[in-house]
Design a protein around this ligand. Structure first.
Ligand code: C2E
Ligand code: MG
Ligand code: MG
Ligand code: MG
Length: 288
């Protein structure tokens, strides 16, 4: 059986596949250096309460500008990081960086800055690293508490090694973190996990959200997810909200939180802080 598999593999290993492999290896080498040289940064996309419209937090998203000044998309380098194992140091870096950013914002605002921070966890990272330890270390180093973080994981994380992942999720919950199921609806997870695991938030993938006003099937899926979440006592986030109509429709349908180009694109750290300060100023002014 082994030999047959090996033969099959060589047969499909065409020159094109070789070129792709070489390019991936080149990217892997460059990514390893980028992590070591701290060339990666996080950008921060606003998350809003759909009913009040208020900014409530940010999702941190990894950004990489390579040696030639080109932005490499996370959709390209995250899979390379996952295949090469670099997702472990990358994931630890992202946790540290996000926690440090919150601590900095606290310092600037003179207390609790009032924003939650969401950090993405890859399924491979959860399998290979002691993620709860990494989170605890990031929190301690930054001097912030776990209830400031939302950790986003995808359904694929629940499939491979459910017992291990469940253990990690309960440990993360013990640290005070909120857990969100990202890209909800695009995976193949067994819905029974939704009651067994400490999942607080269902985050609807933008493939259902962005075009839903012109697509009855998408609306039906979004409605079903919202009613499932409501029945199970979970909160909901819609990503990919690009227009005011979408924001209003989702709010009317009972979705709690929203994220997307209508509210704001992912921002550099200083611009995210400026937005937060504006909001805090407005809150103080209206309270006085
Ligand atoms: P995600 O976690 O589902 O993040 C949402 C993605 O949708 C982001 O893409 C964001 O820029 C994009 N987006 C948000 N609002 C809109 C909108 O209104 N319209 C459109 N067209 N797009 C919108 P981004 O930054 O390219 O990240 C892609 C994916 O890469 C993320 O999907 C996440 O799975 C992964 N990723 C990014 N940063 C990290 C990280 O630090 N760690 C891990 N493990 N994965 C990451
Ligand atoms: Mg996410
Ligand atoms: Mg998402
Ligand atoms: Mg998504």
């Amino acid at each position: 059986v082994k030999r047959a598999k090996a033969t099959g593999a060589t047969e499909t290993y065409q020159p094109q596949a070789f070129a792709i492999a070489r390019e991936q290896f080149g990217m892997e080498t460059a990514l390893r250096r980028a992590i070591e040289d701290r060339q990666l940064r996080l950008s921060y996309q606003p998350i809003h309460d759909l009913v009040t419209g208020h900014l409530v937090g940010f999702e941190s998203l990894a950004r990489w500008t390579d040696d030639d000044g080109r932005a490499v998309e996370p959709g390209q380098f995250i899979p390379v990081a996952e295949e090469s194992g670099l997702i472990v140091p990358l994931g630890r870096w992202a946790l540290d960086e996000a926690a440090q950013t919150l601590a900095q914002w606290d310092a600037v605002t003179g207390g609790h800055c009032g924003a939650r921070m969401a950090v993405n966890l890859s399924a491979i990272q959860l399998q290979r690293d002691a993620v709860p330890d990494a989170v605890a270390e990031a929190l301690t180093a930054a001097g912030i508490s776990g209830d400031r973080l939302t950790l986003e994981l995808t359904e694929s994380a629940l499939v491979t090694d459910p017992d291990r992942i469940a253990g990690a999720m309960w440990s993360l919950r013990e640290l005070g973190a909120t857990l969100a199921l990202d890209d909800f609806g695009t995976g193949y997870s067994n819905l029974a996990y939704l009651q067994k695991l400490p999942i607080d938030i269902l985050k609807m993938d933008r493939s259902f959200v962005t075009g839903m006003l012109a697509d009855r099937d998408k609306i039906a899926i979004v409605r079903a997810v919202l009613s499932l979440a409501q029945a199970l006592g979970k909160r909901t986030v819609a990503e990919g909200i690009e227009t005011v109509e979408l924001a209003q429709t989702l709010a009317a349908m009972g979705c709690d939180l929203g994220q997307g180009y209508y509210y704001g694109r992912p921002l550099e750290v200083e611009d995210a802080l400026a937005l937060l300060l504006l909001r805090n100023d407005a809150a103080t002014t209206s309270a006085s």
